[in-house]
Ligand binder design. Structure first.
Ligand code: SF4
Length: 295
């Protein structure tokens, strides 16, 4: 289905009032887009530090190594250099129109669309390499906190911002929030809010699981919570082999099947299980014996 709404914009969480990221986003919000496949999105990452290079998007506004702005399509290594934030936004809209006119509706995502780019979308600039996710703790704009499995109770969120005047929440692609105007030294201790960089919950991924997804037969989040006190370099609990929450391999990956778990080691959810059909206690026994929780 095509989506008549404006495509979602993902902004660098470090944007500032009237900088290039902000100005490009405002221009995009005022622009007329064609109807696009529902998942098509735009990343606006025009700050001095590139942050969104690993986040999913179809069209990107970025910078090259010289600091010049460029517009790049997902799946293409090079982009088109532009003179201003407004020109970047206009080029993104033009590329969205080309995407639909050249059959992108069938491909559904720019990264899968194999049509050659039009001549006016020159391939003359490569983006500079993205930086790591924002570190937890103090940030020039406030403070960064993590959210356990990317969720937080509304009451905890309210309590998080209550001590600070004029603070705002910025959502990031890394299950972390940038709380602008907050003081990292005065953050309250709250259920589900992570403030310590070494917290094992930062290396856990879990999809919604049962009962939230009809493909799932296991409670992924309860299982992840049970394993949270153990230390694994990465843990993925997936309701099925589709692995929506993590596409990369994890040191320990559990996938649900028929109400039980398959266990995969250093693998993705769709890989070859090392053990199959385990109950929750069996999983814990298996991993303890294997020493896998210390991988
Ligand atoms: S991995 Fe499977 S169970 Fe989990 S959200 Fe995706 S489809 Fe649903």
């Amino acid at each position: 289905a095509l989506d008549e709404r404006r495509p979602p914009l993902m902004l660098s969480p470090e944007w500032r009032e009237n900088d290039d990221t902000h100005r490009a986003a405002r221009r995009l919000e005022e622009s007329d887009f064609p109807a696009l496949p529902a998942k098509v999105g735009i990343a606006v990452d025009a700050g001095p530090t590139p942050l969104l290079g690993d986040a999913a998007a179809d069209f990107r506004i970025e910078r090259d190594d010289t600091g010049a702005l460029l517009v790049r399509c997902e799946g293409r290594a090079m982009g088109t250099r532009v003179e201003s934030a407004e020109a970047a936004a206009d080029l993104v809209v033009k590329l969205c129109r080309w995407f639909m006119e050249s059959g992108g509706g069938q491909a559904r995502r720019m990264g899968r669309h194999r049509a050659p780019l039009p001549a006016w979308a020159r391939q003359d600039a490569a983006p500079t390499a993205p930086c790591q996710a924002l570190a937890l703790g103090a940030h020039p704009l406030g403070a960064v906190v993590g959210l356990s499995l990317g969720r937080v109770e509304a009451a905890s969120l309210r309590a998080l911002v209550t001590p600070f005047e004029d603070c705002r929440l910025r959502v990031t692609p890394w299950r972390r929030l940038l709380v602008t105007g907050a003081d990292a030294g005065r953050l309250p201790a709250l259920f589900g809010v992570i403030t310590e960089p070494g917290d094992p919950r930062l290396s856990m991924d879990a999809c919604p699981g049962a009962p939230f997804c009809e493909q799932a037969s296991v409670d992924t989040r309860a299982m992840a919570a049970r394993l949270a006190r153990h230390q694994a370099s990465s843990l993925h609990v997936s309701g099925c082999a589709k692995g929506c929450a993590r596409s990369r391999p994890a040191a320990v990956c559990l996938t649900g099947r028929g109400g039980r778990f398959d266990v995969l080691i250093n693998d993705r959810a769709d890989g070859e299980p090392a053990a199959r059909g385990l109950t929750e206690p069996d999983v814990l026994d298996y991993l303890e014996k294997l020493g896998a929780l210390h991988l």
